[in-house]
Write a protein that binds this ligand. Structure first.
Ligand code: SF4
Length: 322
């Protein structure tokens, strides 16, 4: 492993050269009419999307189907993670129209399932939890049949109150990404703590066990295989239902370098191990992102839980007969 690879603070000469993307990473250019329509609507409603801000490779596919992940609380983040393309700095005031505009976008796109994420807002007293609540409430009012998945920051220092408020609003899926293995936190996610993120997801389950929990990691940052297995075990200990694993891609030369392009076969192997460890749902491919195919995955996860509950009930009934 190259010690310099994950050191975004190094000079350009010290950084390893960017690796060429393998064929399995190449994606279609975003040119469809659906893509253009989604883009127009987001601009008209003054909404940000993580699809654009994070330079997501799936934007052509997702937006052609009008699946976009709305990024609330502005487009400036108070953290500076080494993997993330979102701007860092002092964010602007929260847009009071954002909840209504998000609800309008969901209605116009006719979404069955929506994913809402945000930048980190360490500057706000509630970390931005109140805006998540308002967005969920606005969506429930305007499109009550749309299922809601939220992907939140770690709400450092205010986690318990933030999680409680958001869980009370009743999202269907609560996602918070661990992003990488704990050994790489000091360089990749320096403003966060691995165990605090795990605790947040545990807190969601203890608040409302019916909310599905979801978390993801990026591969290709220099993590070892056994470290990934350990993350899976940690997630299962926190009763996380759904794991996502995707290839890390370096957004610009200033960001952490790609250590490895993990092969599709290796992603499959990780996926099989995750299933064996008991996750209800697993997404593990090079192009997997937290919100990629989120609606389809949600439907499958719901079905898997219903089946699990039915089996548990049948087992209990059998035991009572004995
Ligand atoms: S995978 Fe998620 S972030 Fe990427 S384009 Fe699709 S919806 Fe947007």
């Amino acid at each position: 492993m190259n010690d310099l690879a994950n050191s975004p603070g190094k000079t350009p000469e010290q950084r390893p050269p960017r690796q060429r993307k393998p064929d399995w990473i190449r994606v279609r250019a975003p040119v469809s009419e659906g893509y253009q329509e989604t883009r127009r609507m987001m601009r008209e409603l003054n909404l940000n999307t993580v699809c654009e801000e994070a330079a997501c490779p799936n934007i052509g596919e997702c937006w052609s189907k009008k699946h976009a992940t709305v990024m609330i609380l502005g487009d400036v983040c108070t953290r500076a993670c080494a993997f993330c393309n979102v701007k860092t700095g002092m964010p602007r005031a929260v847009d009071p129209m954002e909840p209504e505009h998000t609800a309008i976008a969901a209605a116009k796109m006719g979404l069955e399932h929506i994913v809402i994420t945000s930048v980190d807002r360490d500057d706000l007293p509630d970390g931005g939890a109140g805006q998540f609540v308002k967005v969920i409430e606005a969506l429930r009012r305007s499109t009550p049949d749309t299922t809601i998945e939220i992907l939140t920051p770690d709400f450092r220092g205010k986690m318990r109150a933030a999680v409680e408020a958001i869980c009370e609003a009743g999202p269907d899926v609560y996602n918070h990404n661990l992003e990488t293995v704990p050994r790489l936190y000091p360089t990749i996610r320096p403003g966060a703590r691995y165990y605090a993120s795990l605790r947040l997801l545990e807190e969601v389950k203890s608040h409302d066990p019916m909310i599905f929990t979801k978390s993801g990691i990026m591969l290709g940052l220099g993590e070892e295989r056994l470290e990934v297995h350990q993350v899976m075990d940690d997630m299962r200990s926190a009763d996380i239902d759904f794991i996502t694993m995707g290839q890390y891609l370096q957004p610009t030369p200033k960001h952490a370098a790609v250590e490895d392009f993990v092969t599709p076969k290796a992603f499959n192997a990780y996926g099989s191990i995750a299933r064996a460890k008991g996750f209800l749902q697993v997404a593990s491919t090079p192009l997997t992102r937290s919100s990629y195919h989120a609606g389809e995955d949600f439907a499958q996860m719901k079905a898997a839980r219903a089946e699990k509950f039915a089996k548990q009930t049948a087992r209990k009934a059998d035991q009572l007969k004995i």
